[in-house]
Design a protein around this ligand. Structure first.
Ligand SMILES: [Zn+2]
Length: 93
């Protein structure tokens, strides 16, 4: 999933010389997918899941939820909250 990357930017930068800033396709208020790819839980080194309401990053391994403040993920164990196990996943069978 790297098709949206900077392919073509180099050639246009040659003529434009940075006069125009290319439009960013993803929502500025959202954390970039690329950033998500490099972020892991500092405790278990597992990839994180982006959540929206409120915006936060959740580790599927230890269920720590890291807050996002001003679009900056706070990857501090002290700041993280541990989410209790979800009741609706607790079905038998
Ligand atoms: Zn974790």
């Amino acid at each position: 999933m790297s098709s949206w990357n900077a392919a073509g930017l180099r050639s246009s930068a040659d003529t434009i010389r940075g006069a125009a800033i290319p439009k960013i396709s993803y929502n500025r208020r959202m954390i970039a997918k690329d950033l998500l790819d490099i972020l892991v839980c500092p405790v278990c080194k597992k990839p994180l899941e982006l959540r929206q309401n409120p915006e936060s990053l959740r580790c599927g391994q230890c269920r720590r939820v890291y807050p996002i403040r001003d679009n900056i993920p706070v990857m501090l164990v002290d700041e993280a909250t541990i989410e209790p196990a979800q009741a609706d996943q607790n079905r038998t069978g």
